[in-house]
Write a protein that binds this ligand. Structure first.
Ligand SMILES: [Zn+2]
Length: 109
């Protein structure tokens, strides 16, 4: 949908079914981080098709590529963080087993 200068929306903008429109943020390749208004029932069968951009389009392709690059970096860090947490978990598990064995050996022998 084309941008029609709707960024001066107030919080009482109504959707087609008469509810206060909900503001959301698009994270698509073409509109990363761009806010829009939509039906607050979006995703439900009784939602309407109301849609209106709030932010100006990202005119310079460079902005898009920078934001998309940052988003990909975030995702990469997220994956690394999960891997790191798994490594820490297994190290602690191994340490706990070693301590258990040492304590058992100490008291049994
Ligand atoms: Zn609606």
């Amino acid at each position: 949908m084309e941008y029609d200068g709707a960024n001066q929306v107030n919080e009482q903008t109504m959707c087609l079914c008469g509810r206060i429109a909900a503001m959301r943020t698009a994270w698509t390749e073409n509109n990363p981080g761009r806010r829009f208004l939509g039906c607050s029932y979006y995703g439900r069968p009784d939602a309407c098709d109301y849609f209106k951009w709030v932010d100006h389009p990202l005119l310079h392709p460079r902005y898009k590529s920078v934001i998309n690059g940052l988003l990909r970096n975030d995702n990469r860090e997220d994956v690394l963080e999960k891997k790191w947490q798994r490594i820490v978990f297994y190290h602690r598990l191994v340490l706990a087993i070693v301590v258990l064995v040492v304590v058992l050996v100490h008291y049994v022998l």
